[in-house]
Design a protein around this ligand. Sequence first.
Ligand code: CU
Length: 297
Amino acid sequence: MHRRVPFVVAAVTVMIAMFAAAPLPASAASQTVTVRYGPWTIPAGTMEAPGEITNSLSAAAKPCGSCDIVGERPDLVYADGTSANMDTGPMLHHFVIGNLAARDLVCPAQPMGDRLWASGNERTAKEFPPGYGVAVRGTDRWVLLADLMNYSAAPKTVYLSVTYTIAGARTTTPVRSVWLDAGGCLSSAYSVPAGPSTRTWTWPATVGGRLVFLNGHQHADGVHVSATDDTTRTVLCDSYAEYEEMGGMRAIVRMGVCAGDPVATIRPGDRVTVRSYYDSPAAQTGVMGIIHAYLAV
Ligand SMILES: [Cu+2]
């Protein structure tokens, strides 16, 4: 069954497809909504100097006016819907979608608001345990930041395609985004020396609750990134980078995820530390080490 839904188009081109999905055992059925952001044409580049563009923060469409998002799957695609990846040039260096109507739990001064969704080229899909979701409200204002690269000698036109699995508003236990960033609070990028290195950053937890989903993000030469509760000496999640050869480069194709009901519980005041481990053949600037977690408070 295909249906059209009322939809407010933001300042980006949006294509929307809606499909009825298998009913959930819970009270409400879920369905998937694919939102396309873009397009962007990334200039030609080379392996040594990839073409790169960063969009200025722009309004981003939500998959619904008001709903609960129980899953999210990002991809970078060409106009025909096929995946655009480093084997043909484009790299999703990263994207972040924030909600300006709320503040980031870890970093309230963050200009992107509450950072709800993000990924690098690993394109990690998020699926919350049954019964949990990110609440979307009519007053929420989403914004998108995207950084795209191109290793091809020809310019490439791509879209960011995000497939959201949504359920009815207020049908799930809400989760808050918890952005744990080895780069610190306001900026994610940091530098690593040649050889093994570790970078840490600690969040004194301002709230407690149940962590139900966590995923890591690193750049090339990252080994793994973990989050621990140093107060209770608990490893919350240890996310390893998995590599494959793509377009003649060693590329991160997966980052580990931790999901459970719950994965762990944290208490207000606990010292939650993110540790990012790299082993780089040469010194690098602009790397990242992030654990993006979702907490039922
Ligand atoms: Cu990154």
